[in-house]
Design a binder for this molecule. Structure first.
Ligand code: 6PG
Length: 252
């Protein structure tokens, strides 16, 4: 597994505060130079508390949201107000409660029928916002990822086509096991980021986490997150980290 650091926290709340502070610290470093900070946010349940903290009183006024551009790592093919919508979760936890200009959040319109076109449009939005040098991939400043019990991350599930994508930055992905299509950032884009932080909580992920961090390299999607020229961190709660032998408790 790529060089990475692992931080174990007593519980989801402590882990979420640390993740929110990491966001704030990295943003300040970029914004202090008058630059824009580019972040990609995952869906699922684990990051919701971090988003609420980012929008909360404690960090009020400490993040110049007008200079932060937010992207989605992946999305389910449901309308934006659907209970399964990642956008809806992010909106309710963060966007509705923080002074973020609406144009600074780039929603994945995964409810639209032509997902290939939606993917191309989203890649174009990334290109316009991040202005990558010719031929290079856009370099997101921070990407927050989750991991499923099957080792999937973003919407890159084991055995699915998008996991093998070498060129496109964003693409549709058929997940037969779930009987659904998703829209997802790809490994080439995710691994071009400056910082990647996994947020993983819960005992149901402990065995997979042991395989991902201490098992043979390679097979699981989460193991394929290997930033080319960036940092990789794992923020874990005690329950998720309980089978790891390589980290001692209190690794903060
Ligand atoms: C999604 C996510 C996905 C998520 C993992 C973990 O759309 O579901 O982006 O990759 O991060 O499934 O989900 P939980 O945080 O809910 O365990």
């Amino acid at each position: 597994m790529a060089k990475h650091d692992v931080k174990v926290f007593s519980n989801l709340e402590e882990m979420s505060w640390a993740a929110a502070c990491a966001f704030e610290d990295l943003a300040r470093l970029k914004l202090i130079d008058g630059k824009t900070f580019y972040a990609a946010l995952s869906g699922g349940l684990t990051p919701r508390l971090m988003y609420q903290i980012l929008a909360g009183r404690a960090l009020l006024g400490r993040i110049e949201w007008q200079n932060v551009q937010l992207f989605q790592v992946d999305e389910r093919c449901v309308p934006p107000d659907h209970p399964d919508s990642n956008y809806r979760m992010i909106r309710e936890a963060l966007l509705d409660n923080a002074d973020i200009p609406p144009e600074n959040f780039h929603r994945m319109h995964a409810e639209e029928p032509d997902l290939e076109q939606v993917a191309r449009n989203y890649a174009e939005e990334l290109a316009v916002a991040l202005e990558p040098q010719n031929g290079l991939r856009p370099r997101l400043d921070i990407v927050f990822l989750g991991m499923g019990p099957d080792g999937h991350t973003a919407s890159l599930f084991p055995g699915t086509e998008a996991l093998e994508e070498q060129n496109a930055w964003v693409r549709p992905n058929l997940v037969e096991r779930l009987g659904m299509r998703r829209l997802t950032m790809t490994l080439p884009l995710l691994n071009a980021a400056a910082h990647v932080i996994f947020l993983v909580a819960g005992a149901d992920k402990a065995e997979t986490l042991r395989k991902v961090l201490e098992g043979p390299p390679g097979g699981l999607p989460a193991q394929k997150i290997q930033p080319v020229d960036g940092s990789l961190s794992w923020f874990l709660d005690e329950a998720a980290a309980r089978k790891l032998s390589s980290v001692s408790r209190g690794d903060q």
